[in-house]
Write a protein of this length. Structure first.
Length: 346
């Protein structure tokens, strides 16, 4: 039997240098938080010094794992021409990095909620766990999640924190975000605000944003309470919503769109109708996608911390795979003031 090359470094060499057991080295290199942070960092530093790389095939054979996570993007709209929400694309690089840092490869796939995606991933041992982004109508999505829970699958998702649907969740405090927008528009002297988004049980994140807006916007004397108009998630939905408002003769001086994509459509249609932003109508979006800073005028929006979200999604999933019980994680939103809805003077 051929012997291994003398310069081939193994986890036992690292264990000897670090003064710990070989299993401790394996756990530390996987990022297992059962190993103290100081020990993990010392082991990782020794591994770098020795140019050690994990033999993933051998590791998978020992653990009966694929050493792979699957990131599934879901079609958010039930239309043939729909695309992945660019907000989720901003998470992709960070999720890839976070997965690699924990010793996992990452599969990325685009799915429809009614596809048989479960059998292609965890059931077939192609992945040890699933990260789910995007969901469309939450009522349909919930059935998929309940099936995953019954199968005792490892999965985490980005989504609304307050729902009762199965699975660990990472998400923003959407109601507080809406409150920040409402308070901002009130301080800017707006008198009639429209929420543009589907604020019903099928779209709980939009519903939470609308509820926060209503709580934060104190209508001045002679003002109008917050109104809502349905829009799903695309620029075309935003254009259609403004067409409906203008055709009905509605009077409004601010629009809070449930997403930046909707807001971009709103901006486009307001301009076509001869209404100036922000002089006639303030517009606020949500997500702070890269395009938000490039619109004319630049879009005031609510930013979500995609890098922190990515790290948390991977961390919660890996901890599940390691047998730990995990809790939901809530991220604070941040209002980004730009030209489409400037701050109040003074």
């Amino acid at each position: 039997m051929p012997s291994r090359p003398p310069d081939k470094v193994t986890s036992f060499d690292i264990a000897y240098r670090a003064g710990v057991s070989q299993p401790t080295v394996s756990r530390a290199l996987r990022g297992d938080r059962a190993v103290s942070r100081e020990t993990r960092e010392r082991i990782q530093q020794i591994a770098r010094e020795l140019n050690y790389t994990v033999d993933k095939n051998a590791s998978a054979l020992r653990s009966q794992r694929a050493n792979t996570l699957a990131l599934l993007f879901f079609d958010e709209a039930a239309t043939a021409g729909s695309r992945i929400n660019p907000f989720f694309l901003t998470m992709l690089a960070a999720i890839t990095q976070a997965s690699g840092a924990r010793g996992f490869d990452l599969l990325v796939s685009f799915q429809r909620p009614d596809d048989d995606w479960l059998s292609r991933y965890e059931d077939s041992h192609r992945a040890d766990g699933l990260i789910l982004l995007g969901y469309g109508d939450n009522r349909t999505y919930a059935r998929c999640l309940e099936h995953l829970a019954r199968q005792q699958s490892h999965f985490v998702r980005w989504g609304p924190i307050g729902d009762t649907v199965a699975g660990a969740v990472v998400g923003s405090d959407n109601e507080h975000a809406g409150f920040l927008v409402g308070r901002h528009l009130a301080a800017a002297g707006r008198r009639s605000v429209v929420f543009c988004g589907c604020a019903d049980s099928g779209y709980p994140e939009f519903s939470d944003r609308c509820r926060g807006l209503i709580r934060g916007f104190v209508s001045p004397p002679g003002g109008v309470p917050v109104r809502t108009i349905d829009a799903l998630s695309s620029e075309a939905d935003g254009e259609k919503a403004i067409d409906q408002l203008l055709s009905a003769g509605a009077s409004f001086d601010a629009v809070f769109a449930g997403s930046d994509l909707i807001a971009i459509g709103v901006l486009r249609r307001l301009k076509a109708a001869g209404l100036r932003v922000p002089e006639d109508v303030h517009v606020v979006g949500f997500d702070d996608i890269p395009a938000a800073a490039l619109t004319s005028p630049a879009l005031t929006t609510v930013a979500q911390d995609t890098e922190a979200a990515a790290v948390l999604l991977v961390d919660l999933l890996v901890r599940q795979i390691e047998g730990e019980k995990v809790e939901n994680a809530v991220l604070p939103p941040r209002l980004v003031i730009r030209q489409s809805s400037p701050a109040a003077a003074g």
